[in-house]
Design a protein around this ligand. Structure first.
Ligand SMILES: O=C(O)c1cc(=O)[nH]c(=O)n1[C@@H]1O[C@H](COP(=O)(O)O)[C@@H](O)[C@H]1O
Length: 240
């Protein structure tokens, strides 16, 4: 069991999500609930997962004006999740507003989730950035957004593992990196463009690896998760 593997519950309803949790809960303790599932099942599902003693990353990628993000974030923090994210492209003021909400929650409750800035989606590459008008090099944009997130006082970023070394060199090793777009060598990329293997991601310093379809769409999910964990443990125990 490694808390550093986060399995994305990208399914449409609670029944399907709980089937996956049931199959994996002996080997995986951290699950991600995204828009698809949360928009249908809402806060009750978060309670159910927390009551099973699991950690929850609530991935709703907030992106709005500072006031709206701050107010929404307060509600998410009150769900007692362990991790949430907001788009760093929302700007300095928005990131700072998020930090102030976290700070207020820490004072009020004595605890608050890890709050991450999403840098550039792992489904994008240099070409996709140019298509939406960005002339900057992708890794440079990730670096700018990570630096803004750090300066606002937030805990870390979501980025591709390909940028982890750069982010850590700018923001320090304590700044958390959560990396989706993780694929074992034999797994399909689907819509992910910036991918790396679990082994490489951990070697570069990624703190948490997010994996969805290669595990949840596998015919034997437990075996699929175990293969990811084995590859990770090889690095964590210095055996590879
Ligand atoms: O914030 C995220 O979790 C996220 C950010 C990002 O840049 N890319 C990304 O894939 N994700 C999420 O990570 C998961 C990856 O799923 P798979 O591609 O199926 O492994 C999905 O639930 C995405 O919503």
């Amino acid at each position: 069991m490694s808390e550093r593997l986060i399995v994305a519950l990208d399914v449409s309803d609670k029944e399907k999500a709980m089937d996956i949790v049931e199959e994996l809960k002996d080997v995986v303790s951290f699950f991600k609930v995204g828009m698809e599932l949360f928009y249908r099942e809402g806060p009750k599902l978060i309670d159910d997962l927390k009551n099973l003693g699991l950690k929850v990353f609530l991935d709703l990628k907030l992106h709005d004006i500072p006031n709206t993000v701050a107010r929404a974030l307060k509600n998410l923090i009150d769900l007692e999740v362990d991790m949430v994210n907001i788009h760093a492209l929302g700007g300095k003021e928005m990131l700072r507003a998020a930090y102030l909400v976290k700070d207020e929650a820490l004072k009020r409750k004595g605890k608050a989730p890890i709050i991450l800035g999403v840098t550039v989606l792992t489904s994008m590459n240099q070409e996709s950035l140019e298509q939406v008008g960005f002339k900057i090099k992708l890794s440079q944009l990730v670096a700018v957004l990570a630096k803004e997130t750090k300066e606002a006082g937030l805990d870390g970023v979501v980025a591709s593992a390909q940028e982890v070394a750069l982010i850590k060199s700018i923001c320090g090793t304590e700044f958390i990196t959560v990396t989706p777009g993780i694929r074992r060598f034999e797994d399909a990329n689907f819509d992910q463009k910036r991918v790396l293997t679990p082994k490489k991601a951990l070697e570069l310093g990624a703190d948490y690896l997010v994996v969805g379809r290669p595990i949840i769409a596998a015919s034997n999910r437990r075996l699929a998760a175990q293969k990811y964990l084995e590859e990770m443990e090889g690095v964590l125990h210095g055996a590879l």
